[in-house]
Design a protein around this ligand. Sequence first.
Ligand SMILES: [Ca+2]
Ligand SMILES: [Ca+2]
Length: 292
Amino acid sequence: MSRIFTITCCLFSLLPTQRVSAKEDPFVEGEVLITFKSDVAIGTIKATLARHSLGLTEHYDGISYRLRRVCGLVRGRGRTTAQLIADLKADSAIADVEPNYLRRISTTTPNDPDFAKLWGLANTGQSVNSTIGTSGVDTRFLSAWNLSRTISSEVVVGIIDTGVDITHPDLIGNIWVNPGEIAGNGIDDDGNGYIDDIHGYDFASATATITDSGYHGTHLAGTIAAVGKNDTGIIGLQYHAKILPLKVSTDGEYMSTSAVISACNYAVNLKQRGINIVAVNASYGGSSYGTS
Ligand SMILES: [Ca+2]
Ligand SMILES: [Ca+2]
């Protein structure tokens, strides 16, 4: 059984975070959906499109009748969607022109077999390890799941903790790889002061070996970014994110403040180097306070 189960974790943000706009949804290249202003005559519509060397590829006549506005599909005759929108959007007869976005089938639940154990993602009051959950107390993951879309850029989440089992079958596909480092050659290839930090670093022992000294860091890594939809184990809250292990404990429990600060400093330097670290997890605490 996987050691990865859900818990509440604390994330602090390394701004600025990258946002994905709806405009990045995929669409049918070379096509636009067009809506004319109300009561524009069909003759005017034909003339308008003709001025742009275009015509209505398909007229949604029933909807147009109900809306009292002509709407339809325009195919570009060698023009891209962006060119079509640029050509048409300023025309006085046209109310709206937009890409022919691609939609996809909604899925109800991920296929990861232990998904039902994750109260944090979907709590229907199910029993987990003989304890009944509180129905509805979750992160509304499934609602978000059905709105999710593919993003082209890599999102990285640092985990300052006990290390991570980067060979775990439900994590191995989501472990961050340092693009500036060559593994195992004994050289600090990217010049950041850390030798062979191909997947992160152990700041407690000054080594690039980030094997979990307990279980907690691996547990968190799964909660945050276990590989999803792979018929294995669980699914992470951001199951496409890359995990950056920042190990700071040698015994799986205690960590020095200096090791934590070194890990933070490492993450900040990576961020400044252009690695898209959007958050660093910090699930630990103590009763003492720093003085600066
Ligand atoms: Ca390095
Ligand atoms: Ca999985």
